[in-house]
Design a protein around this ligand. Structure first.
Ligand code: ASP
Length: 447
């Protein structure tokens, strides 16, 4: 048996129907290192389609309201029937559906219902591939309050998986000591994949989806943006935070702790190597100082002025305490000589603006406090290739040339991110301009 271990997770569109399952089995079979497979529940086959998890949640809602859920249950049964027949398998589907129906009628539980898509997909896939089926209820350990118990999960998963030659594990859920099922957040099969990769200390965690990796910019704004071949965990976290998400952020966190490289791949284009996320770039790979550009609209900038804010009297600390007491998150805070600038999501700020400003006035007696809405925040992300990289300066120059107002600018000494606040109505122009600059400095790929 190969020494290398690859954990491969396949998302909803990769298991959406029999044709997709056939594709993924040839992907799995083409590399014997792919020993541990994690699957989501069948996702959408076309835009108006419904995800099996959504149908299951509908069943739960109706069951708990005492209404009939027969129609939704039948749709779920049909989805799996198509898969089983398409794969020419014999599988006790009706029995499984009856078990689910009985549970919904007698004791409807949200997480149990939501988890059945992954459960059935993994069981079918394991049988189809001739792998062992692993129910995460045995090895993904939750506490009774629904929080993941990471330590116990790592130990139990390791003990369950390593002795197996090959296995298919259902994503998205686990169970507590009483056997009660708990799910992660939506999209949480990524987390199961990452937990499995950490538990077996995998050499690689592959995340198969319907895009060939991470784009350097939002394809809804920039036409055919480039896919980034390599990026660091830190870069991925920033890009995902700012909205460019293909992978659940908790999944990135655990893989990065163990330094397990993550490879985002496209089930429909397996020949494309996608994006690999790791701590350091492999030797010899030329890197663009700007890895990607992402952003969010709906931001407000709060400006608080007071003579000698930075004189050590604790003005900034008191200001941040006020935000902490209100559990009000902010995107960033800049302190200057006579002022503090806070960037906060407008929706969060608007829900408490009057009381917040009153409290700041009463406690800190600022000379001025004001807010400007209608901003977007843009992150220009890149572990800068050289310390002397002037990419961030050039980005600002480019935006200025385009006549885009730079409302706030924030660059930490680490230079990982340049955060720029620009008016919302110039957001798309700014993203396009920065992407254009990125392409103009693209290192040539060695021929
Ligand atoms: N099936 C779940 C969802 O639709 C989990 C996942 O796909 O990762 O959110």
């Amino acid at each position: 048996m190969s020494e290398h271990i690859v954990v491969a997770k396949f998302g909803g569109t990769s298991v959406a129907d029999a044709a997709q399952l056939r594709k993924i089995s040839s992907i799995i079979r083409s590399n014997p290192e792919r020993r541990f497979i994690v699957v989501s529940a069948p996702g959408k086959r076309f835009p108006e389609d419904r995800k099996v998890t959504d149908l299951l949640l509908d069943c739960f809602e109706k069951a708990s309201a005492g209404k009939s859920f027969a129609e939704e249950l039948e749709q779920i049964r049909m989805r799996f029937r198509e898969i089983i027949d398409g794969l020419k398998m014999v599988f006790p589907l009706n029995e499984e559906i009856r078990t689910l129906e009985h549970a919904l009628l007698t004791d409807p539980q949200r997480d149990y219902a939501a988890s059945r898509g992954e459960y059935l997909t993994a069981k079918i896939m394991a049988q189809y591939l001739g792998f062992t089926f692993v129910d995460p209820a045995w090895c993904v350990c939750f506490d009774e309050d629904g929080q993941l118990n990471s330590l116990m999960t790592r130990r139990t998963m390791r003990a369950s998986l390593l002795p197996l030659n090959r296995a298919v594990i259902a994503g998205f859920y686990g169970a507590d000591m009483n056997g009660r099922i708990h799910t992660f957040e939506r999209g949480g099969s990524d987390i199961t994949g990452s937990l499995a990769a950490c538990a077996v200390n995998a050499d690689l965690y592959e995340n198969w989806t319907d895009v060939s990796g991470l784009y350097a910019a939002d394809p809804g704004i920039v036409e055919h943006p480039e896919t980034v071949s390599y990026m660091s965990y830190r870069e991925l976290r920033t890009l995902s935070y700012m909205g460019a998400s293909v992978l659940h952020s908790d999944a990135v966190l655990s893989a990065s702790e163990m330094e397990i490289p993550i490879n985002i791949r496209n089930t429909n284009m397996p020949e494309n190597m996608g994006t690999t996320i790791m701590r350091h770039l492999p030797a010899g790979v030329a890197k663009n100082p700007v890895t990607g550009v992402s952003g969010r609209k709906g931001m407000s900038v709060v400006q608080i002025e007071k003579v000698m804010v930075s004189d050590g009297s604790g003005f900034s600390a008191l200001m941040l305490d006020i935000l902490k007491e209100r559990a009000l998150p902010f995107e960033y805070c800049l302190t200057g000589i006579d002022s503090i600038t806070l960037v906060i999501r407008s929706s969060l700020l608007n829900s408490c603006k009057e009381e917040l400003f009153a409290e700041i006035r009463d406690t800190l007696h600022p000379d001025f406090i004001g807010v400007r809405d209608g901003l977007s925040l843009i992150a220009v992300t890149g572990e800068k290739a050289t310390e002397s990289s002037d990419a961030n300066v050039r980005v600002l120059e480019k935006l200025t040339q385009e006549g885009i107002e730079l409302v706030t600018i924030n660059q930490g000494a680490g230079k990982l991110n340049l955060l720029i606040g620009v008016p919302e109505d110039r957001y798309e122009d700014a993203i396009r301009a920065i992407y254009e600059y990125r392409q103009s400095i693209s290192p040539r790929t060695p021929s």
